[in-house]
Design a protein around this ligand. Structure first.
Ligand SMILES: [Zn+2]
Length: 435
């Protein structure tokens, strides 16, 4: 059973006759003490079975790998020119065009790329030409993101642009079964099932949780690409550590201009001494209520909260002041998550309390945002920039505002505000040069 195009684990005892092109690797590299699927170091002393075999404890969720197992993979490396049906009616803005062209050039030069494109700049479309280029020389393309919702949102757009590719979407509980194909969209977790598989591996929202700082996922991203294959990383908010890591090996391209050409909304930073306990007393809550009423004159409001428990208490306290059908809260634990997000999109709700689940990958028209406790450690620089980026993404300008409530200044807040202003400056220069 050597399945084409992905990596499978099998016991040495059950090893079938293999074709010449199948790669066979020990699942656990004893010399290095390293699992070859997830890259974690294992301990022969700590994690062993009654029969004396040992196993990797780090990637148990994908099935137990022991020293009795091997990893098989077989790739179709028969590159044949072919015609790829590409169906996209949109047009690029000049800066988008420039980046799309650079990606094509980098591909020819065999150079990895990072596209640092501000929120709402339309970064997905910019990868279409390079996808087409790689597919048409018979290459295999993977598009991956740490976030399931990002993958789900990307997939139909990819399918639409490449209608004859029969693209595949893979994530933890996805309905679709694996089949070999040239165009795969999957979560970074699914990359544990691929080895030297992709000629082009595009990683969207590379800075998002849980990828950032997760050594296993980084290992998976490294292994899934063919040795001569290329990376394109996409992000609106690269971390300092990512930039440092890739500055020698990647071309870094900045796109500071949003699709509609307006600047990013700069956060307004306000002191809120009692934000953490404001749901307890009306006098503490007043500041939030006053701002909500002000913002609601023009837009609906997303209120970001640092934890689910806090969100629920705050929601319960604020609810009393608004008609119940206009106000709601949503978190990752919410079974009606999808429906509620849709209701917010449809402008049914006027106020939606939420956690960082809505920090990225979603677009609402006519919203302002408030961050309660922007100084909370859950809000990294990236998270703050992303949340601010929810405002004024689409349609006509509607006076959307971004408000950070805090009772302590943090480096993340300072850096986020600074980065937004710098991108706006860069965009201004770009626009002046274009005239
Ligand atoms: Zn492992």
């Amino acid at each position: 059973m050597d399945e084409l195009g992905r990596q499978i684990a099998i016991s040495k005892k059950d090893l079938p006759t293999l074709s010449d092109t199948t790669m066979v690797r020990e699942a656990l590299d004893v010399d290095k003490g390293q699992c070859q699927r997830c890259g974690s170091l294992f301990s022969q002393e700590k994690h062993f079975l009654p029969n004396g075999n040992y196993y990797c404890v780090a990637c148990l969720q994908f099935g137990r790998l022991t020293n009795e197992d091997v990893l098989l993979s077989k790739e179709d490396n028969d590159y044949q020119q072919r015609k790829v049906c590409f169906d996209w009616q949109g047009t690029f803005t000049p800066p988008q065009q420039e980046i799309a062209d650079s990606l094509l050039k980098n591909n020819k030069k065999k150079q990895h790329s990072l596209v640092w494109a501000v929120t709402g700049s339309g970064k997905t479309e910019m990868i279409f030409p390079i996808i087409q280029q790689v597919l048409s020389i018979g290459g295999r393309v993977g598009i991956t993101s740490p976030r399931i919702d990002v993958c789900r949102e990307l997939f139909p757009r990819i399918q639409q642009a490449f209608p004859e590719e029969n693209a595949l979407l893979l994530y933890g509980n996805s309905e679709e079964k694996y089949r070999y194909n040239k165009l795969t969209v999957c979560t970074t977790h699914q990359l544990f099932h691929f080895y030297h598989a992709f000629d082009l591996l595009i990683v969207d929202e590379i800075d998002a949780f849980p990828y950032e700082g997760n050594q296993q996922l980084r290992f998976a991203v490294r292994q899934a690409r063919k040795p001569e294959g290329l990376y394109v990383y996409l992000t609106a908010t690269p971390s300092q550590s990512l930039l440092a890591e890739i500055q020698e090996t990647f071309a870094i391209m900045k796109l500071p201009i949003r699709y509609h050409q307006r600047p990013l909304i700069v956060p307004e930073v306000y002191w809120y001494e009692h934000w953490a306990s404001c749901y307890q007393r009306k006098w503490k809550l007043k500041k939030l209520l006053r701002l909500l009423n002000e913002l609601l004159q023009d837009n609906a409001v997303l209120v970001f909260c640092p934890s689910i428990a806090y969100m629920k208490k705050l929601y319960a306290a604020v609810k009393a002041y608004f008609p119940p059908e206009l106000i709601a809260c949503v978190s990752s634990q919410d079974e009606q998550r999808k429906e509620k997000v849709q209701a917010m999109r449809d402008q049914v709700y006027r106020v939606l309390f939420t956690t960082t689940i809505l920090e990225r990958g979603v677009t609402f028209e006519k919203v302002s945002v408030i961050i309660m406790g922007a100084n909370h450690p859950i809000y990294t620089k990236s998270a703050l920039v992303q949340i601010a980026g929810r405002v004024d993404r689409k349609g006509e300008f509607n006076g959307g505002r971004v408000v950070f409530f805090l009772n302590q200044q943090t480096p993340a807040i300072r850096m986020a505000c600074q980065e937004i202003k710098e991108m706006n400056k860069l965009a201004k220069r770009w626009r002046t040069n274009a005239l």
